[in-house]
Write a protein that binds this ligand. Sequence first.
Ligand code: NAD
Length: 435
Amino acid sequence: MRITVIGTGYVGLVVGTGLAENGHTVACVDKDAHKIERLKKAILPTYEPGLEELVTRNLEEERLAFTSDLDKAIGDCLLVFICVGTPPTTDGDADTSEVFAAAEAIGRAMRGYRVIVNKSTCPVGTTERIRDTIAGLTAHEFDVVANPEFLKEGAAVDDFMRPDRIVIGSEDVRVVEIMKELYAPFLRTGKPFFTMSFRSAEMTKYAVNTMIAARISMINELANVCQAYEADITEVREGLASDSRIGAAYLFPGLGFGGSCLPKDVVACARLGRKAGIECDMLEATTRVNERQRERFAKVVLDYYGDAIAQKRIALWGASFKPRTDDIRGAPALHIIDALLAAGAKVIAYDSKAGPRLSEVYGDAITVAPKMYASIEGADGLVVATEWNEFRRPDYDRMAEHMRERVIFDGRNLYTPRVLAEHGFRYFSIGRASA
Ligand code: NAD
């Protein structure tokens, strides 16, 4: 099929490339001309494992093209995917202005029958509004589909190629057949293809993200109770996660969820509920617990040093909101850095992929170290904010040699308190006794 993908961000680039990898002819469009020029040379705007190789291969095979010419791309395809951003407004609603700008552009550029597939996460009812917007701008026949995307940054290529399920919001038989044909190669392992109403499909995306977020907030709150009563959340988690009614996913205590999706989707879903007169206490508490978790952790660091913090040099390992991505949008690390800077500390951060993004945000206010051990040279403490693999079992003796004061604040519970104590470290983690 000939496909156009609007938006080449974390989602659109993976969707477009994944479809090209399956043989389709795909044009990826972005309004950011600089990004498009770089993508034509296979220079990616973001880090996502495995993606660069796929982009390069599909560019070479001429199945994948990048363009700023939306009119031409829409004029020449059957399917149009909308993958633009839906960031939060100041009130916390999803800002769908980019989605409607894309819908208007599609309506004006259509030259024949098109299927418009919305992958951007939008409030319930948006697909109908997209349909009405396009209908006001074209006399050509078209259909719209709500097709929420569930990929995770850091594993996006694999998630897109081997999804747990495909959700299609459309009750039109012809459209469902087109979507089934499109996704059949991705569902060869027998994963389900669900069709439902526009609104149920839109709500499914919010349901998934809010459920994941609630689990994270719940385990973090349980961890804090554990700590208050000298129970160990690592042990409790084992007993909890082995329960077949509960399962192990998203039950690691830490600094809470970040990124560009969970935080905004939980708030947007609560706003949807409230507007309909529904009390959304669980959703609102999920956000409150999440914000409190990082504040609580920053306070542990600041309390440890007291007034002396202004003279301290604090290293920070990991800035991205999770490992295997360079995305720092909504990352807990930023909150910790802000708290340290506000208290007058000097911050030396290290993140193998997100380092350049940190420099863009903080400029000279922090130092971004090029290497992991260089970041702790002369440090008075180390904060671990993201669980990249390289931080899991570092050389403790080497760390001890480099650091001026041996103290670690572990926001991801990577280390064993006893082992760190044996190496002479003070050690603070989440939901466990300090060592
Ligand atoms: P992003 O901000 O990384 O990328 C959006 C891209 O769209 C940008 O490159 C922007 O320049 C482009 N764009 C905006 N308006 C345009 C227009 N009119 N024409 C052409 N290009 C345009 O966003 P993202 O993280 O890829 O997320 C996209 C959507 O997918 C959001 O609704 C998000 O909630 C949802 N989503 C994101 C993820 C994720 O992990 N990031 C996962 C699932 C769903």
